[in-house]
Design a protein around this ligand. Structure first.
Ligand SMILES: CC(C)(COP(=O)(O)OP(=O)(O)OC[C@H]1O[C@@H](n2cnc3c(N)ncnc32)[C@H](O)[C@@H]1OP(=O)(O)O)[C@@H](O)C(=O)NCCC(=O)NCCS
Length: 194
């Protein structure tokens, strides 16, 4: 079992487990249609956000029984987004590969917060969880997300044309990835350069 040491502190952000009291902040972005356009599910109701916050109070545990580690990203006491680390199943070589993802409030866009948080969770994946490969899946038209991958140094390895049935339509699917030995050994917690 891997237990990630929380909170994770970066130059500007704190990544931590969700906790009661986060509901208003999370509802503010998870209820917005444009925010969930490229992620599974519909805009969340207040009730769904309450469930989501309580389900994600994980205390940093990530293993085969709890493959999903989603952390709240806090800026000056406000939850501005969340980042996800999802261990691949048994066919993913015993949890040695993980998918990463991110969702942030639109009003904080354009400041590098998503990149800073994604870097921190990637660092945790390689150094604490011990995965061999981290990947991200996205629609290439989600250029903001693609740029986060690129700023992390991920390689665009594939684009499956109309390879994904998502939200009632066929969409292109890009795969970005990074290997452990490609991840810089220097600290990953500093704010990225604009
Ligand atoms: C994907 C998403 C997280 C990207 O957010 P973002 O604000 O573009 O990303 P960052 O926070 O890393 O900010 C990067 C931008 O800030 C700018 N910036 C300003 N100051 C910066 C700094 N100190 N460091 C880094 N970038 C900085 C960068 O130049 C960059 O601008 P650009 O996009 O014009 O190149 C956001 O669009 C989102 O939450 N979308 C909805 C959910 C979603 O689609 N998730 C992904 C599903 S695959």
């Amino acid at each position: 079992m891997a237990r990630v040491s929380l909170p994770i502190t970066t130059d500007r952000l704190v990544l931590r487990s969700f906790r009661p009291g986060d509901e208003d902040d999370v509802f503010a972005y998870r209820s917005v249609a444009s925010v969930v356009r490229y992620i599974p599910g519909e805009p969340k109701t207040r009730e769904q956000v309450e469930d989501l916050v309580s389900e994600r109070a994980t205390a940093g545990r990530i293993d085969e029984q709890h493959p999903n580690l989603t952390l709240a990203v806090e800026l000056d006491g406000r939850v501005i987004g969340d980042v996800l680390l999802l261990l691949a199943g048994p066919d993913g070589a015993d949890g040695k590969q993980a998918e990463i993802g991110w969702v942030f409030a639109p009003d904080v866009a354009g400041n590098g917060y998503a990149t800073e948080a994604a870097r921190a969770i990637t660092d945790v994946a390689f150094r604490e969880v011990g995965v061999h490969r981290v990947w991200a899946e996205l629609e290439p038209e989600n250029t903001a997300s693609a740029r986060v991958c690129e700023r992390l140094g991920m390689r665009r390895e594939a684009v499956f044309v109309k390879g994904s049935w998502f939200k009632e339509r066929w969409t292109d699917l890009a795969i970005y990835a990074l290997l452990e030995d490609e991840w810089p050994t220097s600290a990953a917690t500093s704010a990225p350069a604009p």
